[in-house]
Design a protein around this ligand. Structure first.
Ligand code: GRF
Length: 189
């Protein structure tokens, strides 16, 4: 059984779904660590309530990314983490973690990459009056929302409001991330 870590900065609906699917045995892995850079994020309360080992840090307490990533790495190694799953982690992964986990860091993005990289991807697709958008899961490299695509699913934009579209994207994300994690775990065997 492989050990996974989930990194999140925000609400954590993807993190919760991943945890639930691990508990149900749908994702064959152990959730060994949760990492967040936001101590007040709802995802942190969830990790505490569910007794998931966690590491929460404040980037401002460190001189630079290399130093805080070395601390993260220490926690990852202590928990023997094999795969890092980013789920709304709002920091760019640096060389320290990329070198320690080559092709073992994955991310989810709410657009059909390479379109709408970066923040507010759903809103930008909506405002651009696109006919479709989607969800992409990819390996992480040194560029933002870049790296080999693992799975992608398109979603028609025929919703009545951006809120409805956002809800729909999140629903697709939850199922697609589980599928992608299972694929990646299979390849790690
Ligand atoms: C998701 O839309 C994901 O694609 C993006 O950040 C959002 C996180 O949502 N990277 P949640 O915190 O998992 O609800």
């Amino acid at each position: 059984m492989k050990n996974v870590a989930v990194f999140a900065s925000g609400f954590g609906s993807n993190f919760i779904k991943i945890h639930q699917n691990i508990e149900k045995g749908i994702i064959p892995a152990k959730l060994a660590l949760f990492v967040s850079d936001q101590k007040d994020a709802p995802s942190v309360s969830y990790a505490i309530n569910q007794k998931i080992p966690f590491y929460v840090f404040c980037a401002k307490d460190f001189t630079d990314k290399r130093v805080y990533e070395l601390h993260i790495l220490e926690h990852l190694r202590k928990q023997h983490v094999d795969l890092i799953i980013l789920a709304g982690y709002m920091r760019i992964i640096g060389k320290t973690l990329l070198d320690a986990y080559p092709n073992k860091i994955i991310n989810i993005h709410p657009s059909l990459l390479p379109m709408f990289k970066g923040k507010h991807a759903i809103e930008r697709a909506w405002n651009a009056k696109e006919k479709k958008t989607g969800v992409t899961i990819h390996f992480v490299d040194e560029k933002i929302d870049h790296g080999k695509i693992i799975l992608q699913q398109s979603i028609d934009i025929n919703h009545s409001s951006i809120e409805e579209l956002t809800d729909n994207i999140h629903k697709v994300e939850h199922d697609l991330y589980t599928k992608a994690i299972c694929h990646v775990l299979e390849d790690l065997k």
